[in-house]
Design a protein around this ligand. Structure first.
Ligand code: PLP
Length: 430
């Protein structure tokens, strides 16, 4: 599919924006080619600047669980906008959205709205350090928690004693207090705690990893993290920016029945507008200013348009059958892909959690970043471009989750499976 206008617009963007984009993965670096410039979205569909239509499985990286421009959310935003776009003063929708979130996730005894997932995770770690009066943070390889310096760290092998920055511009100092361990390796976490029982402030985890592709927590992993952090007086932070309302209407904490001390949220809760939130145990969150001494603030935090959009989104998602419908569509897609790959004789492991999924081009199931990194990336890239040619906009990297919305129906599913069938057959023949 030739997209001359997208190409020209990208070339123009390259002169104004680093890499032509405002977030790296949009640039198609992992799959090659030039990105699609989106003109508009409606339901499950995107239309690009060349007037080509695609079934969208990116959905603003998971935020749009009702699809593009759902009428009730749009009218809530329009209605709010007529009353003002930002106040920098309290407004009632902030409390209402907080209450809606508390209803869905009772562990959020107190919460604070911010403007992105990155702000949420960064602030949650700050308050965890303040509460425990300890410096160190444990994260897991392949989990992404936003782009704050302390998260951009690559550990050495095994239990890292010397954490090194993963990006130029991150100082050794900022990286030094982050320890990276393998996802799903509870024994390594326990070993670390037994060595440094008084140093670790918090363990932060995507309870279902989505940023190395979908990798669920192994049985006992989250329960084990809960036990070891409690035992040693550290906090457990579930980063549910992606999994919140995606893997279960009550988040991964409801799916697994494990209650974290703090939770971070984003994406869906803003109804498609910029948002983040962090919250949890009252005694911890009471430390956040002005209730307590931990400073954290935001000019546009609790924005009235975002709050109205989030409330409308969650109300619609709560309607009987809506969330279950999205999950069952994701299941049908996952099952369909598995059947097609088996028919074509292409090794594929489709991993799904609720409404998100990743087809890994691997010989074996993926349980960690080491497994994920074995995926056949060139094959993924070829399949990606064949899908694009046949009107399916799949996330442009093997290591991203694909997302389904309530707007994805039978027609979208069959177009998608047809496109995959062709792509997998071509792969088998190659
Ligand atoms: N945490 C997780 C689990 C995420 O998936 C993301 C973004 O994809 C973030 C944090 C960062 O959120 P944002 O991009 O809104 O800063």
């Amino acid at each position: 599919m030739i997209r001359p206008r997208s190409r020209a617009l990208f070339e123009e963007a390259l002169r104004a924006l680093p890499g032509g984009v405002d977030s790296p993965v949009r640039a198609f670096t992992a799959v090659g080619g030039h990105p699609v410039f989106v003109a508009r979205g409606s339901g499950a569909w995107l239309t690009d600047e060349d007037n080509q239509r695609y079934v969208d499985y990116v959905l603003s990286w998971g935020a749009l669980i009702l699809g593009h421009a759902p009428p009730r959310v749009i009218s809530a935003i329009q209605d709010a906008a007529t009353r003002g776009t930002s106040f920098g003063a309290p407004s009632v929708h902030e409390t209402s959205l907080a209450q809606a979130l508390q209803h869905a996730m009772p562990s959020l005894e107190l919460l604070r709205f911010v403007c992105s997932g990155t702000e949420a995770t960064m602030s949650a770690v700050r308050v965890a350090r303040a509460f425990t009066d300890r410096p160190q943070l444990v994260k897991f390889a392949g989990c992404y928690h936003g782009h704050a310096d302390q998260f951009l760290v690559q550990a050495g092998s095994g239990v890292a004693t010397l954490s090194l920055p993963d990006s130029p511009g991150v100082t050794r100092g900022a990286a030094a207090d982050t320890v990276v361990l393998p996802f799903n390796a509870l024994d390594e976490v326990e070993a670390l705690f037994s060595k440094r029982p008084d140093r670790i402030a918090a363990v932060i985890v995507e309870p279902v990893a989505g940023n190395m592709g979908v990798v669920p927590a192994a049985p006992g992993f989250l329960e084990g993290l809960r036990a070891v952090t409690t035992k040693h007086g550290a906090l457990l932070i579930f980063d549910e920016v992606m999994t919140g309302f995606r893997v279960h209407p009550g988040g991964a904490q409801a799916l697994y029945g494990v209650t974290p001390d703090l939770t971070t949220l984003g994406k869906i809760i803003g109804g498609g507008l910029p948002v983040g939130a962090y919250g949890g145990r009252r005694e911890v969150m009471q430390l956040v200013a002005p209730a307590g001494p931990v400073y954290q603030a935001g000019t546009l935090a609790g924005n009235p348009l975002t709050m109205a959009a989030g409330l409308a989104m969650l109300a619609e998602l709560r309607a009987p059958g809506v969330w279950d419908g999205v999950a069952s569509m994701a299941q049908r897609l996952a099952d369909g892909l598995t059947v097609l790959a088996t028919e074509a004789g292409v090794p594929l492991h489709v991993q799904r959690a609720g409404t998100m999924l990743t087809p890994f081009f691997t010989e074996a199931p993926v349980t960690s970043w080491t497994d994920a990194a074995r995926a056949h990336r060139e094959r993924f890239s070829r399949v990606f471009h064949r899908l694009l040619k046949h009107g399916v906009y799949w996330p442009p990297s093997q290591f991203e989750a694909a997302f389904v919305s309530s707007a994805h129906g039978d027609a979208e599913l069959s177009q998608t499976l047809e496109a995959f069938r062709g792509a997998l057959r071509e792969e088998a023949a190659a």
